[in-house]
Design a protein around this ligand. Sequence first.
Ligand code: OGA
Ligand code: NI
Length: 378
Amino acid sequence: MSIERMHMISLTSQFPCDIKESIRWVPLLSFLLRQSSLSKMAGKVISSGFRYAALPESYVRPVTDRPNLSLVSNCDDVPVIDFGSADRPLMVRQIGDACRRYGFFQVINHGVPDEIVERMQRVGREFFELPVEEKMKLYSEDPTKTMRLSTSFNVQKEQVHNWRDYLRLHCYPLDQYTPEWPSNPSSFKEDVANYCRAVRDLGMRILEGISESLGLEKEVIIKILGDQGQHMAINHYPVCPEPELTYGLPGHTDPNALTILLQDTLVSGLQVLKDGQWLAVRPHPNAFVINIGDQLEAVSNGEYKSVWHRAVVNSDKPRMSIASFLCPCNDTIISAPQELIEGGTKAVFKKFTYAEYYKKFWSRNLDQKEHCLEFFKN
Ligand code: OGA
Ligand code: NI
């Protein structure tokens, strides 16, 4: 007799009459229920260890909205700015040039110690290698949560999904947020907190340089942005079976003030839009990619553009990127300083608070055609 039949006989003979016996099955049944709800949950993220043979339908972009990877060329002249330079006027000029021509640049000799960067990368990788059940304890699709693992971009709003999982953390003030961060891997809190401190310090130095490059005193922009928040997204882009049909992240601009991106040192995937062309930004060793976000576009009265960028995926290697976002204080009023709207120059944007902007941003889909800043124009 087969094992299955024996089980069936024993089940039918014991259920439902013998209460004592049936209680014995409760742990097994609850285990099976838990397994089935876990596997349903695990289906939501793509970093489950499962290798897809084909791209699931819900990730396939319409033909008119695909990355056309063969048309993308390498951007070999991405401005690389030496932040260790003693020639500050030169550095400020380079920042201004890069912001006007590209909306982004890379920084080297940035003062963030290599060891802090390496530990951050290691612990980010270890996190995504955890068993899917462990990661799913942190899963949420609610953008108002201050710590969550999620997938794609805004699963509740979007029509087509993106080939990305991400762990999103609020990071400032650290004392307030580290208690809710993952404690697995065991060094996560410490490694990430050290990285956050160093990157925040770099971000402030960059904002000073940007302020000067607009002809303002160096502290003007930092003052407008108020006591800035800091968020982080550890992006994980698993190997994708059909990278031509989808995105890791579709073209977008960042809604915050300044983004400091640590690219995967070996696997590229970041592309930026310049003069209507998508260009691939090859990872530069020991550099951060800095991009202007929507709030700096507003504060500079539109002089610096929040750069359009996207992440593409590949069928060869998983890719990780770590984005740190500096965000204006929620109730600070975003507007260009008086110096930039003198002498007949009109204010391009209405005054708004960052809280208003952020709410509008997350109420929408990432790849909606009309840009979020358009709603705040004069
Ligand atoms: C982002 C982003 C790009 C990348 O997280 O906003 O644009 O290369 N990431 O992962
Ligand atoms: Ni971005």
